[in-house]
Ligand binder design. Structure first.
Ligand code: HEC
Length: 398
């Protein structure tokens, strides 16, 4: 869901739907999985080469010591998902954008709360500091970008009124780039608020923005799976191509030399490819990703599983990382019994076996009714034949 590369260019962080942050040596090897979030991780940032911060759907911000792979603090206060993070240039303040409509300021290294600033009329999606660290910019679904004075934690002005929700922003030397739900991709002057360039194409929504370390280029990722690069001296489009895999591009980060991009989307891998021209790039994970197969070729049961379950569960104990436990040997298996998986208290305490009957009831009633308190999201499969097909598929494949 998000990616970052360290200033020294040696390591990367990835934020994942499987509740973890991946800490990678660039080149492919994962150094550690940072575990602590209780839901999907939405955003990651390096504080310096040894420390990182992440925010997620569990409303929390976590600070990490990268050398040991351990959590050093859990910052609580937001009442909604944490969608964006930014570290001030001097590393003394962490800013957070939350779907509770507020912008948080926290002091580093400890993470003590400074302020939760309100004013936006909608969820806040992203934050970025000015180069001198005195101003903070925030982007919201209320269609505006606002400016806050960090020292006093007050809003000073509304810089942009785009109308449609603004998803991402990026601040350079005297300019600000933003990307919006309607596909709007614009550059404005941070002082005058005047438009420098309108790079909007016919693709929406904009989901990712990244700047090369020397700010000479920015990259824009969208919901239709394209990456566009833009030269920041001329504000001309320098590259535009369809990314690998299917689905949206929602994570982008430049490597230290500015020549390559680390990108991620619904596919459970991170890719590194040349910033301008995607060739057959190395993949940071090597497992075959079955849920990208053509649904037309699948049985109804498999389609049910791929669409509704596979993002969180693998069919067998294949070591793949998912938010839920693997389903290998599911029929006849005691509920809450996968070794090493950290279940909710509710599911650990269950005293029955999974069978065609219990799985049918799980999705007839929905997990929230059948096992209230479980971490599995609310979802029902209403049609009895869809449940029967899914169960038959699971029987054959687990
Ligand atoms: C968004 C993620 C997500 C989706 C989608 C999801 N699950 Fe789950 N599932 C979980 C989590 C997390 C748990 C662990 C629940 C807990 O500990 O409270 C779980 C637990 C289970 C269990 C109990 C396993 C055990 O070891 O006791 C079964 C069975 C299950 N899921 C089946 C399914 C099926 C079938 C689907 C698709 C129709 C599905 N799940 C969709 C996240 C998900």
């Amino acid at each position: 869901m998000d990616a970052a590369i360290s200033d020294d260019g040696t390591h990367a962080l990835t934020a994942s739907f499987d509740n973890s942050v991946g800490y990678w040596a660039l080149g492919g090897e994962v150094v550690s999985w940072l575990e602590g979030h209780r839901a999907a991780v939405k955003t990651v940032a390096f504080i310096d080469d040894r420390r990182a911060a992440s925010g997620g759907d569990d409303f929390a911000i976590t600070l990490w010591d990268l050398a040991s792979g351990t959590q050093t603090a859990r910052l609580e206060g937001h009442k909604g998902q944490v969608a964006g993070l930014a570290v001030s240039p001097d590393g003394s303040v962490l800013a957070s954008a939350s779907w509770d409509g507020s912008v948080g300021l926290w002091s580093l290294p400890g993470g003590k709360p400074i302020a939760l600033m309100t004013g936006h009329g909608g969820v806040v999606n992203d934050v970025a500091f000015s180069a001198d660290g005195t101003q903070l910019y925030s982007a919201s679904a209320d269609g505006t970008i606002r400016v806050w004075r960090v020292a006093e934690a007050v809003e000073t002005r509304q810089l942009v009124h785009h109308g449609f929700g603004v998803n991402k922003l990026l601040v350079g030397d005297g300019w600000l780039a933003y990307g919006a739900v309607d596909g709007g991709t614009r550059i404005v002057e941070t002082e005058s608020a005047e438009e420098i360039a309108d790079l909007t194409l016919d693709r929406r929504p904009i989901l990712a923005l990244a700047a090369a370390p020397d700010s000479s280029e920015i990259a824009v990722g969208d919901g239709e799976g394209f990456v566009m690069t833009v030269d920041t001296r001329s504000w001309k489009i320098s590259g535009d191509y369809k990314a690998a895999g299917k689905g949206p591009v929602w994570a982008l980060a430049y490597t230290a030399d500015g020549k390559s991009l680390l990108a991620g989307g619904i596919d459970d891998a991170g890719y590194i490819w040349p910033a301008h021209n995607r060739l057959d790039a190395p993949i940071m994970a090597t497992k075959e990703r079955g849920f990208l197969r053509d649904p037309g070729e699948m049985s109804n049961g498999e389609r049910q599983f791929r669409r509704k379950c596979s993002i969180c569960h693998s069919l067998t104990d294949d070591g793949a990382r998912r938010a839920g436990p693997h389903l290998g040997g599911l029929f006849g298996r005691d509920a809450g019994s996968v070794e090493g998986y950290s279940y909710s208290q509710t599911v650990s305490a269950l005293d029955f076996e999974w069978s065609a009957t219990t799985i049918d009831r799980l999705f007839d009633l929905g997990p929230d009714h059948f096992i209230p308190g479980s971490k599995m999201p609310m979802q029902r499969i209403v049609k009895p034949e869809d449940r029967a097909d899914l169960i038959a598929f699971l029987k054959d494949n687990t």
